[in-house]
Design a protein around this ligand. Structure first.
Ligand SMILES: NC(=O)c1ccc[n+]([C@@H]2O[C@H](COP(=O)([O-])OP(=O)(O)OC[C@H]3O[C@@H](n4cnc5c(N)ncnc54)[C@H](O)[C@@H]3O)[C@@H](O)[C@H]2O)c1
Length: 330
């Protein structure tokens, strides 16, 4: 069993990671400043409220806990906000990560897993997207992440830091037991937004563009269940602990679903009508983003269990319908 530091472990994906690690018998220390996370979502481990950029606090954590591996989920991740406030993103996402890496180097902690993103690819030319596709992010959020990926490579060369960057596509769903789930404010992700319509919290779902070059004219995205993401992190950590090399892996389900398809599945699962309003395209939205996840399947043996959108949405609906106001209801 190992000891993990989960930075950003009170967030949506981090909290599912904490639960998954604990269910595998690992020890977990969670660091989160609760800027967007929820204390109630941390169902296991030792919780420390604090900022990733607080060097004294980070120093204390590494001095008092023998951390084997760091998983780093903490970030600001609103693309539009990153365009308006780029320095906040470079400071929180990139600069503060370098303080964490410096502390790790001082304490000889040499295993690191990064929550990276499909946004590093920008508007890819080839589909499904392979890890070898050029990284040309179109916004500061995506750049703040690719910078970290590059810094990690330098740290490997200089200090032997072994790292895996996991480029997530669209995370969705909730733990199957239903006690934790997604609660972002503001919410920008399609599935929870459509579920808010089902709950009567929004009048309609807005569809941005119906004239894309896709079969039904709406954008296509690749959805991955949050627990399949968590499992991929465990496989990545195992690989590093066995002495494996650093690497970069996509995490998606390799099948894309259009906005209209997602809305229609939500109608079926919830039995609600879900009014939709068609609007103009948003600048910078690619028509299709679909990952190839063959590399992580073949190299790390990842095998997603929730590889259809019905199952993903069913777990999300269970959480949202039981907790319509998110963690305020827990
Ligand atoms: N949700 C997705 O679909 C998705 C897709 C691609 C990549 N990602 C990446 O995955 C990670 C997790 O995403 P999420 O949806 O769980 O986000 P989230 O906002 O729910 O979680 C991020 C957590 O980090 C914490 N945090 C932020 N800055 C911090 C700081 N300076 N110090 C300490 N804690 C801090 C927040 O309080 C929050 O609990 C992020 O890095 C995000 O960029 C998410």
């Amino acid at each position: 069993m190992a000891m993990f530091l989960i930075v950003g472990g009170a967030g949506y994906i981090g909290s599912h990671m904490v639960k998954h690690l604990a269910s595998h018998g690992h020890d977990v220390v969670v660091l989160d400043d609760l800027s967007s996370g929820h204390r109630k979502s941390v169902v296991a481990g030792k919780f420390i409220q604090g900022d990733l950029g607080d060097q004294d606090l980070i120093e204390e954590i590494f001095s008092t806990s023998k951390i084997d591996c760091v998983m780093h989920f903490a970030a600001f991740s609103l693309v539009g906000e990153s365009v308006e406030l780029p320095l906040n993103y470079y400071h929180n996402n990139t600069a503060k990560t370098t303080s964490l890496l410096m502390a790790m180097a001082r304490h000889g902690v040499d295993k690191f897993i990064l929550s990276s993103t499909a946004a590093v690819y920008g508007e890819p030319e080839n589909l499904p997207i392979l890890e070898t596709e050029p990284t040309e992010p179109t916004n500061p959020y995506g750049r703040s992440k690719i910078f970290i990926e590059e810094i990690l490579e330098d740290c490997d060369t200089a200090h032997g830091l072994k790292h895996i960057s996991l480029r997530y596509f669209n995370a969705a769903g909730a733990s199957k037991e239903g006690e934790i789930g997604e609660d972002h404010s503001p919410e920008t992700h399609l599935i929870p937004l459509v579920l808010q319509v089902a709950l009567g919290q929004r009048e309609y779902i807005e569809i941005y563009g119906t004239d894309w070059d896709t079969p039904d004219g709406t954008c296509i995205r690749d959805y991955i269940h949050v627990m399949d993401l968590a499992e991929a992190h465990i496989l990545a950590a195992q690989r590093l602990m066995e002495g494996g090399e650093s690497g970069v892996y996509n995490l998606g389900c390799q099948s894309g679903y259009s906005v209209r398809e997602i809305i229609s599945i939500v109608r079926e699962i919830t039995g609600k009508p879900i009014p939709a309003v068609e609007s103009d395209r948003r600048p910078g939205d690619p028509a299709r983003l679909v990952a190839s996840s063959e590399k992580i399947k073949s190299e790390l043996g990842w095998n997603p269990r929730y590889d259809d959108p019905e199952r993903i949405i069913a777990t999300a609906w269970r959480w949202h319908s039981a907790n319509p106001r998110g963690y305020s209801d827990v």
